[in-house]
Design a protein around this ligand. Structure first.
Ligand code: AHG
Ligand code: MN
Ligand code: MN
Ligand code: MN
Length: 330
């Protein structure tokens, strides 16, 4: 649940209060400035000719939208100019990009999350994760392969009716609302927490027949409602943009899952560990929620490559642990 505050505390004020290093602050400003530009590109939409397909496929095997490419280039350019950035990795870039050899941070990002929503003028977001860089060499892919537990900061920007930044620097989760007239992000939620119990869940039900039997059982029991073993009714929501679905969970609780799918056993689901599961997982744990695959906590996974995928079960503690327990690993 998020607690609304009437305040004019800016992102800069907040980061100073948190004693974030100058370098970390500057990386966050590079990201949030780029997101302000993405906000404007999204707002103009068809008037700026930015809708539709880019005509290329990304390394994930997905058709890129023009806005996937525009958002990627805006963030890449902004981070590339920052002396504190050692390297970056993006959902839309086949390889990592080495930046300043003496930069202190590595940044991974999903420039535009939920991009199938672009052409229906619905919610999308940007997700980012910040890791410490090590040694004194140009960034390599190996440098990025750190468990999510080691993130220094993570967050997302949700482009909805208002544009909001959710952020954790490892001391809880806060939310800011963008003033598009001047680019200021002002604190509007200062204590985001996820209740342990839930009555709402988020899953793409059309894939039901491809789920693991344990997930089939867990969701079937939710659907049985008050007459079933759970003894209460559950509501369902699915925006098809992880940022928006997780934002709802941070605001009013619930469970979100993009589970293992029998069509892609080697790929272990759809969501990407380093651009989606880890940064969103960092926020959810910082808000008191749980973040698992069927086999363990996502933030403890040792990544093997930057584009790896992972099944995701996150949100309300008691629901996530029950779902994991059904898989036989709790
Ligand atoms: P992206 O647009 O960055 O590729 O991510 C889309 C992801 C995620 O945001 C969302 O939860 C999921 O895809 C939706 O998948 P379905 O279309 O299968 O529902
Ligand atoms: Mn994509
Ligand atoms: Mn995404
Ligand atoms: Mn994306």
């Amino acid at each position: 649940m998020s607690q609304a505050v009437g305040t004019t505390l800016s992102l800069k004020d907040y980061l100073q209060q948190q004693q974030a290093s100058e370098q970390l602050q500057s990386v966050l400003f590079s990201l949030t400035e780029a997101c302000h530009s993405i906000h404007h590109a999204l707002t103009k939409g068809a008037l700026a000719g930015v809708l539709g397909a880019a005509g290329a496929e990304n390394v994930q095997g997905e058709d890129q939208k023009k806005l996937d490419v525009i958002a990627n280039d805006l963030i890449k350019d902004s981070l590339g100019k920052n002396p504190s950035v050692r390297g970056l990795a993006s959902e839309e870039e086949p390889e990592i990009v080495a930046c300043q050899t003496d930069g202190q941070y590595l940044v991974t990002f999903d420039p535009l999350d939920g991009s199938s929503n672009i052409d229906i003028n619905s919610m999308v977001g940007t997700i980012f994760s910040i890791l410490e860089s090590r040694g004194e060499h140009a960034a390599t892919e190996q440098d990025f392969l750190q468990p999510g537990r080691q993130q220094v900061a993570a967050g997302y920007v949700l482009y909805g009716p208002s544009t909001m930044l959710a952020l954790s620097v490892g001391n809880g989760v806060v939310m800011f609302t963008l003033d598009p007239s001047n680019g200021d992000y002002l604190l509007t939620n200062n204590a985001v927490t996820i209740p342990e119990d839930a009555k709402e869940f988020a899953i793409n039900m059309s894939n039901q027949r491809f789920w693991h039997p344990a997930m089939q059982r867990y969701i079937a029991e939710l659907l049985e409602g008050a007459e079933g073993p759970r003894g209460k009714d559950f509501n369902m929501r699915w925006v098809a943009a992880m940022v928006a679905d997780v934002h709802r969970i941070l605001c009013r609780g619930g469970l979100f899952t993009y589970p293992w799918d029998s069509r892609k056993p080697d790929q272990a689901g759809k969501l990407r560990l380093m651009y989606e599961a880890n940064p969103m997982g960092f926020l959810v744990e910082q808000a008191g929620g749980e973040v698992w695959t069927a086999a363990g906590k996502i933030l403890d996974i040792q990544p093997e490559h930057i584009h790896q995928r992972v099944p995701v079960i996150l949100g309300a503690k008691n629901e996530v642990l029950r779902c994991v327990e059904y898989h036989g690993n709790a």
